[in-house]
Design a protein around this ligand. Structure first.
Ligand code: SAH
Length: 207
């Protein structure tokens, strides 16, 4: 997976490659899907949601340029695989999932690895997590119709937000950097085209 799906496709951050090389992706999947865990595909995780393909996980993580000291907000815990990677590469991860059964399963899986720097909450992540803001990095793993204002406001100055934005069937992965105290003073970069499940909530798509 590391050589074929990540390095060969341009992921170069050594910390990301090393971490993805050590976290057992198969343990985040149901038994019947575990033999496909290291192919470059999204896979079902229940409740009509999917775990992102390894390349996209690598690309999104690399785009955050983590150094190990960051406080991160993740929206869309899903099975918790991306959460584990973030917990290895940053100081603290706050993660929000709207589907309770997925959040509980992710919590159980992550507990089995004994992470002490992850806090998961069930709810609508489009509101962010105001009590813990500002965040050095925010990662949204579901597709949004536009960049939620709430998330821009909860980003630290100099912080990075990575989010797929577009229609329900296709999006552009955007990297937003907040440049000053003014929340709309941002730099936006296109990372690539992509297709994610819907971000559903007050500042996302309606259910
Ligand atoms: N990173 C996850 C990807 C899961 S798919 C993984 O690797 O498994 C996207 C997830 O976002 C789904 O679990 C979906 O339920 C969740 N989601 C969608 N809208 C949300 C919202 N407003 N708040 C929190 N989670 C949301």
């Amino acid at each position: 997976m590391i050589n074929k799906n990540l390095k060969a496709r341009g992921i170069t951050d050594e910390r990301v490659l090393r971490t993805m090389g050590t976290i057992p992706r198969h343990l985040f999947l149901e038994e019947g899907l575990q033999d496909q865990a290291y192919s470059d595909n999204p896979l079902p995780i229940g409740s009509r949601q999917t775990i992102s393909q390894p390349y996209i996980v690598g690309l999104m993580t690399e785009s955050l340029e983590l150094r190990g000291t960051e406080k991160i907000l993740e929206i869309g815990t899903g099975c918790g695989y991306q959460t584990a990677i973030l917990a290895e590469l940053a100081e603290m991860v706050f993660s929000i999932e709207r589907i309770a059964s997925l959040a509980f399963r992710a919590q159980r899986t992550l507990d089995s690895f004994h992470y002490h720097n992850i806090l998961i909450r069930v709810g609508d992540g489009t509101y962010g997590w105001s009590e813990e803001a500002p965040f050095d990095a925010i990662i949204v793993t579901a597709g949004a119709p536009e960049i939620p204002e709430t998330l821009k406001k909860q980003l630290a100055v100099g912080g990075r937000l990575i989010i797929p934005v577009g229609s329900r069937s296709s999006q552009t992965l955007l990297r937003i950097t907040r440049l000053s105290e003014e929340p709309d003073d941002i730099k936006t970069e296109d990372v690539c085209g992509c297709r994610f499940v819907d971000l559903i909530g007050e500042h996302g798509w309606k259910d």
